[in-house]
Write a protein that binds this ligand. Structure first.
Ligand code: KG4
Ligand code: ZN
Length: 348
């Protein structure tokens, strides 16, 4: 029989993304439309406006993906997969209702996908040799967790953030330091990384979070580091570009040190119980950070693991990860019922 095709729809946050993948692991189409203008105007995401923008963009994004794929109609698909959580309720709602409509109109199978699972599984599309179990460090704007992936749908969460995510911390620091780029088309995290390039990472005395007691879990915390930054910035005003660079570098060094400490512990725990583990996957938007990549490569090596970093376009929110997570589940016989599926803004 011919290859199977799954369409993926992602609208959980501020990117409207659609992709089509085949069961042989080919990406037939991938289209992303981001809401930079809205973000810039409102200095952040306004859920109702983001949802309206998804509503406006999704039909064209879907049509473009169909044309890119070379398929003649949505009828040639086997299934539609959609992020149904976690994420912003009104945004999830747009993707979900569109996906349900597509599935019912064209009589396609339907899969409701967990956004985080999608981030964690997409590396298997890109590297066919990644077998379960493997370790995942998921570092994005909404999430920060260490997960032992034992199989599709079978995950041990070794740790997650007790307050802010690491991406959120990067974004807030970029705002505190009033960092800007020429075209304003950079995430806060990318701005911090760019400024840090020319800064002194030891200019300001920031302490690594959760350093005091030796913890057995792999949880993260970034709220304290953020408060620390706020206090130090206030003490050093007015800021000039040299100070901005030094602050960015100091923050980046400390945030990454925290990620490294927790990831080492996770590597230790999981390679002890599962010596067959071969890969440490680092994904989510923050995985675009090259200092983080360098250090995680070293961490992995010290545990005889290979560090895998999906390319940036598969690290930030995208449709391919949803389509692929759908395919992984589809191939295992999973089907969801479009008539009863609800979106789940808080889905662990
Ligand atoms: O995965 P993603 O696109 O969205 C979520 O699902 O959250 O991640 C976006 C996050 C933002 O917080 C952004 O500041 C951060 O990833 N980010 C970075 C870098 N590029 C993006 N953080 C650190 N360094 C970067 N180069
Ligand atoms: Zn994401």
């Amino acid at each position: 029989r011919r290859a199977m095709y799954v369409l993926g729809i992602e609208t959980s946050c501020d990117d409207t993304a659609v992709a089509i993948v085949s069961s042989t692991g080919k990406v037939l189409a991938e289209v992303v439309s981001s809401q930079w203008a809205l973000l810039e105007q409102w200095k952040g995401i306004v859920p109702a406006l983001a949802a309206r923008s998804h509503q406006q963009n999704l039909p064209l994004v879907l049509q473009t993906a169909l044309e890119q794929s070379g398929l003649k109609s949505f009828k040639e698909l086997d299934a539609v997969a959609v992020t149904s959580g976690p994420g912003l309720a009104p945004c999830l709602n747009v993707g979900l209702s569109t996906a349900i409509d597509l599935a019912q109109t064209h009589q396609l199978d339907f899969l409701a996908i967990n956004h985080l699972e999608a981030h964690a599984l997409v590396p298997r599309l890109l590297h066919k040799d990644i077998q379960f179990p493997f370790l995942v460090l998921l570092v994005s704007g909404g999430h920060c967790s260490l997960v032992l992936a034992k199989d599709v749908g079978n995950y041990d969460v070794l740790g997650s953030t007790v307050d802010d995510s690491v991406g959120e911390a990067f974004d807030k620091v970029a705002r505190m330091l009033e960092l800007t780029s020429e075209n304003n088309k950079l995430h806060g995290g990318a701005l911090v990384e760019a400024y840090a390039l020319n800064g002194n990472p030891r200019a300001f005395p920031l302490t690594e979070p959760m350093k005091k007691k030796k913890r057995k879990d792999c949880d993260f915390s970034f709220a304290g580091l953020k408060t620390n930054m706020m206090r130090l910035i206030a003490e050093n005003e007015p800021l000039d570009d040299v100070k901005r660079q030094d602050f960015a570098a100091s923050f980046q060094r400390t945030a990454i040190a925290h990620l490294v400490t927790r990831t080492k512990l996770a590597c230790e725990l999981s390679t002890t119980s599962f010596p067959e583990i071969k890969h440490l996957i680092v994904c989510g938007g923050v995985a675009a950070n090259s200092k983080l990549r360098d250090q995680m490569t070293e961490v992995a090596k010290s545990f005889q693991l290979e560090a895998v970093f999906p390319p940036p376009r598969y690290c930030t929110d995208n449709g391919v990860m949803v389509a692929w997570a759908g395919m992984e589940r589809y191939l295992r016989g999973v089907r969801d019922d479009p008539s009863t599926t609800k979106y789940t803004p808080r889905w662990p």
